[in-house]
Write a protein that binds this ligand. Sequence first.
Ligand SMILES: *Cc1c(COP(=O)(O)O)cnc(C)c1O
Length: 228
Amino acid sequence: MIVQNIRIVKERIAEAAQKAGRQPENIKLVAVSKHFPADSIREAVDAGQNIFGENYIQEVQAKRGLVPAEAVFHFIGHLQSNKAKIAAETCGMLETLDSYKLGVTLNSQLENLKKNLDILIQVNIGNDPRKTGVAADEVEALLIKINELTRLRVCGLMTMPPLATDPEQSRPHFRNLRILSEKFAAKNLFPHVATPELSMGMSDDFHIAIEEGSTIVRIGTAIFGHRP
Ligand SMILES: *Cc1c(COP(=O)(O)O)cnc(C)c1O
């Protein structure tokens, strides 16, 4: 079932890209495997999927040794500073950096490991009190400071819009994130990348996110089914 779902999701990504006049290969699929066992990840790897999203660092830690080395984990949950070391050791990208303090802790852990980490800044684009992330008007100041931390490679922005009943309600938020990222790119605030990443879009709204410029979609339910 996972294999077939990945194929369907990839077809839908290609369709949305085509509709927007974009190349499907410019959109990365993160299969959100939170709460699913390592077996599910192995099945997805066998189907050619290699990026996985996890919200809980203990889950990454538990699964890391049980899945093939080509599986890369993107951390998409709220990371506590005391878990920064594990994230630095086990994750290929942290999509949810939301404070300078966390950046400093992560940077020193990475320094010990002599390794760099790709990160995205999580933006609370809809000013939703129930969502974590940096307010849109505070991102620029944070970016400037984070760019001084030599082990962090800021690659772009990530967001989760407020809960919506109709996926069309997310469109203006996706658009606003893209406008924000274009503004920062013009100011050279993403010095490590030619094109900044925009991680936006989940199972219910990824087609709209792609039309609005998403380069990373994070899809759980449509691939693995409803979470246990
Ligand atoms: C769980 C989660 C997803 C996946 O959501 P689905 O609706 O199952 O596709 C994506 N992004 C984040 C940050 C999540 O926590």
